[in-house]
Design a protein around this ligand. Sequence first.
Ligand code: ADP
Length: 595
Amino acid sequence: TIAVPVIVPNTTQSITDLTTGTKRNRDESDILGVLEASFDLSKLYTDVTNLGGQNNGAVYLVDRIGTVIARKAGDKVPIGADFSNLQPIAMHKQALSTPGEQTGQLDTNFTQYEDQYKVPVMGSLAIVDVTGWSVLIQQPVNAALAGLNQIIQFALLIFIVGLFVTFPIAYVLSRRLTSPLAELVKGTEIIGQGNFDYQTPIKSHDEIADLAAAFYRMAQELKHSIQSLQKERNILEEERNKLSVIIAGIQDAVIAVDLTRHVTLINRAAEDLLGVKGVDVYGKPIDELLNLQNGTDQIDVTEYCPINPEERDGVIFAKDNLKLTKSNASELYTNVVTGKIKGGAATNLGCIITLHNVSKEMQLEEMKLDFVSMAAHELRTPLTAISGYLSVFMMENKDKFDDEQRSFLNRIGISTQRLISLVENLLNVTKIERHGMNLARKPIDWVPHVKELLYDFQNLASEQKVELHFDEPTEPIPQITIDPLKIDEVLSNLVNNAINYSKANGHVTVIVEHKGNEVITSVKDDGPGIPETALPHLFTKFFRVSGKLEQGSKGTGLGLYISKAIIEMHNGRIWVESQYGQGSTFSFALPIDTA
Ligand code: ADP
């Protein structure tokens, strides 16, 4: 039997306190009364005992300390058996020893443990409130899981049966799928070996047949692409062969180098020129093969073979008459031209160097200069004698000639002078070309010098009916250090041309100016002018403007060539400004001595 106090719910209702006799509000500590209840545990005991023995589960009524009070009829476990060490009871020892704290099932889930006979069982414990008694229900694991095991076995059976049923179907289906795929694989291998016309024998009308057809089309396209590539390759091969034949047959030496300036190609002419064998020089640096000099200056490989991938197409270096020293120390002269192809970098082509052997021409030139120089020297002496004797003869007999005779003798004199100046010019040319002209420089007051020189030309000018005028500078002109004889020759040539090529009543003006660090002397005429096409050739050897002018005058075409050489020896510049029909202005600039 248990007694439970009934507590007053919280209310505002007032009551009379029995102990003090005063009225007050009710509170939670007020007890209304005591509720008493009785339990008949014998009923539980009877129920447990009377449980039938038909199933293999066990039910035990256990007291607080774990002693069996009642068990199912037919159970082997004796009444009074000690279950205190059985897992569910041992686990809840605390709850069992303090009844009233917990009621009902303690193990919400069935736990697995070993019973007193070491048999694996599953059990659950429920505590009976107040008494501390508990009801233990347990069943061997085998029996408990029998249903589950049956389900698993059934599932396994279904799986195996399924396997047996589906395998043949899957096999048949996969065969249908894989054999065309295997055919396709075989087909791609055959195509890969070059048989582009192979058609995979797939008769079905599904996606694999489409795939096979696509493969066939692809193979056909590949075939056409390869055929056209082959054709292009053949053409290229032919072109290359043609080029090789051309290069081999070229009389000039041709050497190609890669981007690191190593020889990649050398033709027969180059082998002969350099006295080497192709096999020995392939892969060698070009500067080991070519030792080039311009006069006495060594030419660096970066100059005659520049490697710059962004360089434009075409000729990148060209110089004539370079001295080439061979490995055996012998020397020859060549013109060198280096070419480049813009896309050359892609094929590792640095540049192509062409050498034209000019040793023979140089030799001939040398012989020519020897001959001219010798002939001029030989002519100079008798011509000077003729001129000398003629002037003496004319002086001594000037009253004995009639007009016609005097005119003849004058013409002889003029022609002799012309011959002498031609001979002088030829000698000057040979000196220039042999770098044998020496300068005797000295500081000169240029303006009075020009005035004096022009004074000597007044006669000629008046003979030609040309007005020669010196436009004297208002500002002082600094001194220049020059070879006066040579520069006189230049100015004389320019003034002479200006007078000679001017029309009657023409004007020739000489101007001297100081500009920057140069003294510029110009000879301006209002003569016929020079055609534009002739301008670039004016200062070259033996050049004369063709046409009326050339026929009328008796020049040699050497004056301007010599003038240019002399001015350049003085580190100066010479140029012409002319418009055909409107006169010409020839100018030369000489540097002022800054030292
Ligand atoms: P040359 O006068 O002996 O023929 P140059 O070298 O002095 O030789 O001159 C070359 C050519 O330039 C001349 O033949 C002539 O045709 C042209 N030339 C030179 N000076 C003049 C000028 N002032 N006006 C027109 N033509 C000129």
